[in-house]
Design a protein around this ligand. Structure first.
Ligand SMILES: [Zn+2]
Ligand SMILES: [Zn+2]
Length: 285
């Protein structure tokens, strides 16, 4: 399995000289397994991925599967700029959840309504197939499962399994136990998340806020480094990639947070390998 990060920024693109090292594009991760392409989320990072897929295909038809975790802007705003969808020979399946009041396809088409965008979904020459998730699935050589996260709106995390290797994606999640009064509900839900990511060779996870920021943004659906470290420890995760970086955190701030995180990992005597995802980074699993 190969993982490539095309967009690692949360909430809104944050381009500029202070974010060049980690990158300013919003979430998009490419997973290559058995020669097939899997994409998680369609933030602005998917635009460059589209160009790269076209280069690799060298004129041959492009195919793949795109999994959307949730429909907040930062996770879908690159979709209308994913150029392979404008080629008639492209075959893409797009997976996600039914919305609260609309189908998954209608949710995705909303941002391409003529009020917001010049080309509407039904005008895409490749006519992508939209599939609402209803359980785990075998997607080519990979088993894909999903689990609901604690985030405003309908949000899921993903788990990809291929030849004994596991990559999990938990972006946009606030621990239940932190938001709710400690009790049976929170403990049960937090334990289910741990079970969902158990044994991951790589956990792609958000740690958007510092502890001080969290106090001001409680209930916004994000967590802290300590939160994801708790998750990684309980689930015996081997490597964790910090992801969905806050737009207020520039390169120096992220370096500093990573150093603080490393100290915490050492003080807790944990073996997990933790790094901060950067745009363009490739990780072999
Ligand atoms: Zn987000
Ligand atoms: Zn979100």
């Amino acid at each position: 399995m190969q993982v490539r990060f095309w967009g690692v920024r949360g909430s809104i693109p944050a381009p500029g000289p202070k974010t060049v090292r980690y990158g300013g594009n919003t979430p998009c991760v490419e997973l290559t397994c058995g020669g097939e392409t899997f994409i998680i989320d369609a933030g602005t990072g998917i635009r460059e991925l589209g160009f790269d897929l076209m280069k690799r295909a060298a004129g041959k038809p492009i195919s793949g599967r795109l999994f959307i975790g949730h429909s907040h802007w930062d996770h879908i705003q690159g979709f209308p700029f994913f150029t392979p969808l404008f080629l008639p020979a492209t075959k893409f399946q797009i997976y996600g959840m039914h919305g609260t009041t609309r189908s998954f396809q209608e949710v995705m088409a909303g941002q391409m309504h003529s009020t917001y965008f010049p080309v509407q979904m039904h005008e895409l020459p490749s006519n992508p197939e939209f599939i609402e998730l209803g359980g785990p699935l075998e997607a080519g050589p990979v088993k894909v499962s999903y689990h609901f996260l604690n985030h405003p709106g309908i949000t899921v995390g993903y788990r990809f399994e291929y030849e004994g290797k596991v990559v999990s994606y938990i972006s946009d999640h606030e621990p239940y136990g932190k938001l709710n009064v400690k009790g049976q509900f929170s403990e049960k839900e937090d334990a289910l998340i741990v079970r969902f990511i158990a044994g991951s060779d790589l956990l792609i996870c958000e740690a958007q806020y510092t502890a001080d920021e969290y106090k001001l943004k409680r209930g916004w659906g994000h967590g802290t480094f300590e939160d994801v470290l708790d998750l990684a420890e309980a689930a015996e995760v081997k490597r964790m990639a910090l992801f969905h970086h806050d737009p207020l955190h520039d390169d120096d701030k992220l370096d500093a947070r990573l150093k603080e995180g490393a100290l915490l990992i050492t003080s807790r005597k944990l073996a997990v390998d933790c790094f901060a995802a950067r745009e363009g980074m490739v990780v072999e699993i």
